[in-house]
Design a protein around this ligand. Structure first.
Ligand SMILES: *Cc1c(COP(=O)(O)O)cnc(C)c1O
Length: 353
């Protein structure tokens, strides 16, 4: 159609995991938290005055940013909030990269949104392969000519994490390049590089409320870094949307960051189930890289990724499958409740028998 731009016609958008509503599924495909948001979050939501929705929200989410800053041990000027960390990541491309010269560098197997954003903003990309065991080759990354990096840590969809000490060596090794660390799953690993943002100007950490905070539906994420990096993100935000974080999200997420104790318990529960599920999957013959996240990347079993995905779906269990090289031998399974994981294990036993 003549009204559609060349860009809109040509771009390959990101494909999110299925959000099917045709029946009740055990939903282990988009890394949501199996536990509910904290009671304080539920109270903040119930207490939110509808009258307040008449007004625009605080444009820079300053109360939420102050609460996040308090929790992360930084200043509010070091925090930027967006409509999900996907939006924060999107804005980071035009904020820190140009369409000419050296562009962005990331791994071959990582969050596929990076490629989409780079393509959307016309930013050149260099891809560096992971090692055969799905770990990052940080030396190869450091040698790559680029302006900056996107590193999901823990990585998606592999679940593999890089410890803070190792990441600090890398960051110190590439002082002229910006290192953007996507820590969507970091609470399940506990090696956050937020402290490095106080010491190194070239580190930006991006986090989300969608996974460890059980708030995927509220759409809020944030970045922590040097105040000048944060100001650049703000400038980009104000080119698209002055109010990306709505008033309800600001109130709810502020309550969430103030309830560390509850979320520490929930995170611990996910981690112990992860250990149990990882053991069970390996017993069934799956190759499962050691997970530092709330999901397991399981494959190379008697059945391929597509067959496992399809048969689980027929049985009412959703997992994630990608029909791409390497990934097609695997499925990505979100750690669920003990009962959900038991149901998954029982189905997998049948499928593989
Ligand atoms: C889930 C996820 C995000 C973020 O999601 P939002 O819901 O937009 O905050 C970002 N990066 C990775 C690697 C993820 O898996």
């Amino acid at each position: 159609m003549q009204f559609i731009s060349k860009k809109a016609r040509a771009i390959a958008p990101y494909t999110a995991g299925e959000q099917l509503r045709d029946r009740t599924y055990i939903k282990l495909n988009t890394n949501e938290n199996p536990y509910p948001p904290s009671l304080r979050v539920q109270e903040a939501l119930a207490a939110f005055p509808a009258e307040e929705l008449r007004r625009y929200p605080r444009p820079d989410a300053d109360l939420l940013r102050a609460a996040i800053a308090g929790q992360e041990g930084v200043s509010p000027e070091n925090v930027f909030c967006g409509n999900g960390s996907d939006e924060v990541l999107a804005l980071s491309f035009p904020a820190f990269f140009d369409t000419d010269g050296a562009g962005a560098c990331f791994a071959d197997l990582t969050y596929s949104f990076y490629e989409v954003f780079a393509s959307f903003f016309g930013i050149p990309v260099t891809i560096v392969p992971l090692r055969g065991d799905f770990t990052f080759d940080l030396d190869a990354l450091a040698r790559t000519v680029c302006r900056g990096y996107y590193i999901a840590n823990p990585n998606a969809p592999t679940g593999v994490g890089i410890g803070r000490a190792e990441m600090e060596r890398f960051v110190a090794d590439v002082p002229e390049k910006l290192v953007i660390l996507d820590e969507a799953y970091m609470d399940f690993f506990g090696e956050s590089c937020v402290p490095l943002t106080q010491k190194y100007e070239n580190v930006l950490v991006v986090k989300t409320f969608s996974k460890s905070y059980s708030l995927a539906g509220i759409r809020c994420g944030y970045a922590v870094g040097n105040a000048r990096l944060i100001a650049a993100l703000c400038r980009m935000k104000d080119c698209f949307n002055s109010y990306p974080v709505d008033a309800v999200a600001q109130a709810v997420c502020t309550a969430a960051v103030q309830d560390k104790a509850y979320y520490a318990g929930v995170t611990q529960a996910v981690i112990s189930e992860r250990t149990r599920l990882q053991g069970a999957l390996r017993e069934l013959g799956f190759t499962v890289p050691e997970s530092a996240s709330n999901f397991l990347f399981a494959g190379r079993a008697r059945a391929g990724g597509r067959e496992i995905y399809t048969r689980l779906k027929e049985a009412g269990i959703l997992v994630r499958f990608w029909d791409k090289p390497v990934l097609k031998d695997f499925v990505r399974i979100t750690v669920g409740t003990a009962a959900e994981n038991d149901a998954l294990i029982a189905q997998l036993k049948q499928i593989l028998s």
